[in-house]
Design a protein around this ligand. Structure first.
Ligand code: FES
Ligand code: FES
Length: 192
């Protein structure tokens, strides 16, 4: 008899199959029930763009979109997202490298320095802008308040989210979707 058995009959050291759609691609792995989503993404699926800072829900570096809504992957068990859709930072730029409007805006406004916090900010901004397509500065500050940055002083980040909101309203694109191949952040086609 094990002391780790749960009401479901799954032992803490057993592995269970988790299947998720990550950035539009079905992915599966066998994980222990205690496996964190951040570790599942980084170590099992090798999607290391999702960063891990505090590991207890404070800094927002580990933010991903779960069915379109931002969640902290360091506070989420991988087994709890079985059957769901995830978007990570790797799922935002176009396959041809064209930056997502939020990524382009962070670049334009110097919204990053060391860049450690940036994936979390970009993903959070995408989720925020899907809910608030025309935010004022106070709403942006509040919407980004769950992400911490040690470097920038936040002014560039504020400007970046403001620019991205304008760009996305102009194109009508869903902020949570991958940028189309051949499109710039302003929606213009890239000439070859
Ligand atoms: S690493 Fe998840 S909130 Fe800091
Ligand atoms: S750019 Fe360094 S922590 Fe934000």
């Amino acid at each position: 008899m094990t002391t780790n058995a749960t009401a479901t009959g799954i032992d803490a050291h057993d592995r269970v199959e988790v299947t998720v759609t990550v950035n539009g691609v079905p992915r599966s792995s066998q994980v222990q029930p205690r496996r964190l989503l951040s570790d599942f993404l980084r170590h099992d699926l090798r999607l290391t763009g999702t960063h891990v800072g505090c590991e207890h829900g404070v800094c927002g570096a580990c933010t991903v979109l779960l069915d379109g809504a931002p969640v902290r992957s360091c506070l989420t068990f991988a087994v709890s997202v079985d059957g769901h859709e995830l978007t990570t930072i790797e799922g935002l730029a176009a396959a041809d490298g064209g930056l997502h409007p939020v990524q382009q805006a962070f670049r334009d406004h110097h919204g990053l320095q060391c860049g450690f916090c940036t994936p979390g900010f970009v993903v959070s901004a995408c989720g925020f802008l899907a809910e608030h397509p025309d935010p004022d500065d106070e709403q942006i500050r509040e919407g980004m308040a769950g992400n911490l940055c040690r470097c920038t002083g936040y002014t560039g980040i504020l400007g970046a989210v403001r620019q991205a909101a304008d760009e996305l309203r102009a194109t009508g694109d869903d902020p949570r979707q991958r940028t189309r191949d051949g499109a710039t952040a302003s929606g213009e086609e890239v000439s070859s």
